[in-house]
Ligand binder design. Structure first.
Ligand SMILES: Nc1ncnc2c1ncn2[C@@H]1O[C@H](COP(=O)(O)OP(=O)(O)OP(=O)(O)O)[C@@H](O)[C@H]1O
Length: 509
């Protein structure tokens, strides 16, 4: 693989002290301390809005701190621009990858490099070098000449990582890298991380999934309300309850709410028969009663999200029928689905679904405006109040519903979109990865809200990559593999191991 510039052993690679960052009206960082050692995986934990992304942006030179010092290899440095950080070997792999979709893999890997410096005057040299880096990352199959926009999210992440390595990064920040990966890809990512750390590269790893932190982390720093509340904790030994208490300031029982028996005489609200789309999924059929939660488990790419989008009409079914309350919906007709009471909270929530410059409450009520219109006038007060109830239930921070959504952290933005769909009076609610990027505290609230909606008679279809979530929340489960249903049955009759066996079976051949 590549050679890395690493500091002398024993010395801190990075030390951030008393970092303060203010935005108008918000002190996002209020004196954060963080030290990173060479060769370690340092996990950064904190609730949505705790300040993790802001801290990372300070570290990568995207935000200038208002106070505090940063030492790299024992030397005081100023990170005023991303180029400053890059020159010191600090790179970040963000969730919203900053790749140029129209350029090739190799062009992205070497984007911004001085070709002369690297001797990359010829395209094929760049391709050869990129191929080498990709191979080292366990993805030799990605062609360096392929346009980046055509790769899967996981593939794009690998390219982003190759780019960091091409710059001889010695500290790589990974902001929720597993959010776009299936379990096999996560295993590969962890293998790459171990390989890098064994060569002295340090990793700052951000994730809301505590089990990952146990598996890959060495030390943990917990942020709360913009300040360090604990640092240097042992990633494997610190009890989960303790981590959650440090993050949230309270004890949370991270459990799924009890199921209420779905009455077998409850009317069937959603019926799907023999639904297919070429190369995506085939022969999918199920029905969901009022009050029932159906879970779709499977790997990323097994066709789960495509099924939801086809039921919603955002993709046109090639074969099959979708009925809501006995009425057939036209294939590819979103308006008809919406009119019949179908709602889809999509997987790609950020950016796509939000009006970033509009207030939080407007983003929540936008699909339910009919409810707040009285005699042709919109009741602004009722609108805000209804939104406030939901933001409170989901613990959206800051609690002000008047501020633009743009100013919220990523996880809080996710909660806002979810709140929008929870507010609408749906007959059928299709939830795609409802807790992605959401912290542990808010997760329990979301589970409780989804159950409550079901108890009120909504038929819910849930897609989640977290098997535990599907089994804990759904009444019935369909396991999908490569576009087909390979198992259907009550959630109580199947466990996590069996689901994983089912989704992996045959995938090695
Ligand atoms: N550009 C901005 N303008 C105003 N406030 C901001 C801005 N960026 C972040 N904030 C605020 O700073 C605080 C910290 O946000 P940050 O994005 O760092 O949180 P986070 O820990 O990364 O959260 P998440 O887990 O949701 O990604 C939040 O209260 C957020 O609303």
């Amino acid at each position: 693989m590549t050679e890395y510039d690493v500091p002398a052993a024993g010395e801190d690679l990075l030390r951030m002290t008393g970092i303060v960052k203010e935005f108008p009206g918000v002190r996002a960082l209020d004196g954060v301390d963080l030290d990173i050692r060479r060769g370690e995986v340092h996990c950064l934990l904190g609730q949505n809005g705790a300040g993790k992304s802001t801290l990372i942006r300070v570290l990568t030179g995207a935000h200038k701190p208002d106070a505090g010092t940063i030492h790299v290899n024992g030397e005081l440095v100023s990170l005023h621009t991303p180029a400053d950080s890059m020159a010191l070997g600090i790179a970040a792999i963000y969730q919203e990858l900053d790749l140029v979709p129209d350029l090739t893999v190799a062009e992205n890997v070497f984007l911004g490099h001085e070709p002369a410096r690297f001797g990359l005057t010829r395209r094929h040299e760049a391709n050869t070098k990129a191929r080498e880096l990709l191979k080292g990352l366990g993805h030799g199959e990605i062609p360096p000449g392929r346009t980046v926009g055509l790769l899967s999210a996981a593939g794009q992440q690998v390219v982003s990582m190759a780019r960091a390595l091409s710059r001889k990064a010695r500290l790589i920040v990974m902001d929720e890298p597993s959010a776009v990966l299936d379990s096999e890809e996560v295993d590969n990512l962890f293998r790459v991380i171990r390989d890098l750390t064994s060569q002295g590269v340090a990793i700052v790893y951000i994730s809301h999934r505590l089990e990952e932190i146990r598996e890959i982390g060495d030390r943990v720093t917990v942020l709360k309300d913009g300040a360090t509340v604990a640092t240097g904790l042992d990633a494997r030994e610190t009890p989960t309850a303790e981590l959650i208490r440090l993050m949230t300031g309270r004890s949370i029982e991270y459990v799924f709410p009890p199921r209420t028996e779905v009455v077998s005489t409850a009317p069937v609200v959603l019926e799907v028969e023999n639904l297919s789309r070429p190369r995506e999924f085939a022969g999918i059929g199920f029905s969901v009663r009022a009050g029932e939660i159906l879970g779709l488990a499977g790997l990323v790419g097994s066709g789960r999200s495509e099924v939801l989008e086809t039921v919603y009409g955002a993709r046109k079914a090639a074969t099959g029928v979708v009925r809501v309350d006995g009425k057939v919906l036209g294939a590819g007709k979103v308006q008809q689905a919406v009119k019949a009471g179908v709602g889809l909270a999509p997987e790609e929530r950020k950016g796509q679904a939000l009006l970033l410059d509009e207030a939080v409450y407007k983003n929540i009520t936008v699909s339910s405006l009919g409810r707040f219109a009285s005699a042709g006038f919109l009741s602004g007060h009722a609108e805000k109040q209804a939104a406030e109830e939901l933001t409170k239930a989901l613990d959206v921070r800051p609690a002000a519903v008047d501020i633009p959504v743009r100013n919220l952290s990523g996880g809080n933005q996710q909660k806002v979109v979810l709140a929008r769909w929870l507010m609408r009076d749906c007959r059928v609610l299709l939830l795609d990865e409802p807790t992605r990027g959401v912290d542990v505290g808010a997760r329990s609230e979301i589970y409780a809200l989804v159950r409550k909606l079901a108890a009120n008679g909504v038929a819910i279809v849930l897609v989640s990559s977290e098997v535990e979530e599907v089994l804990g929340l759904a009444d019935r489960v369909i396991v999908m593999r490569e576009g087909r249903a390979v198992h259907t049955g009550p959630a109580q009759d199947i466990d996590e191991h069996r689901v994983l066996d089912l989704v992996m079976e045959g995938s090695a051949v």
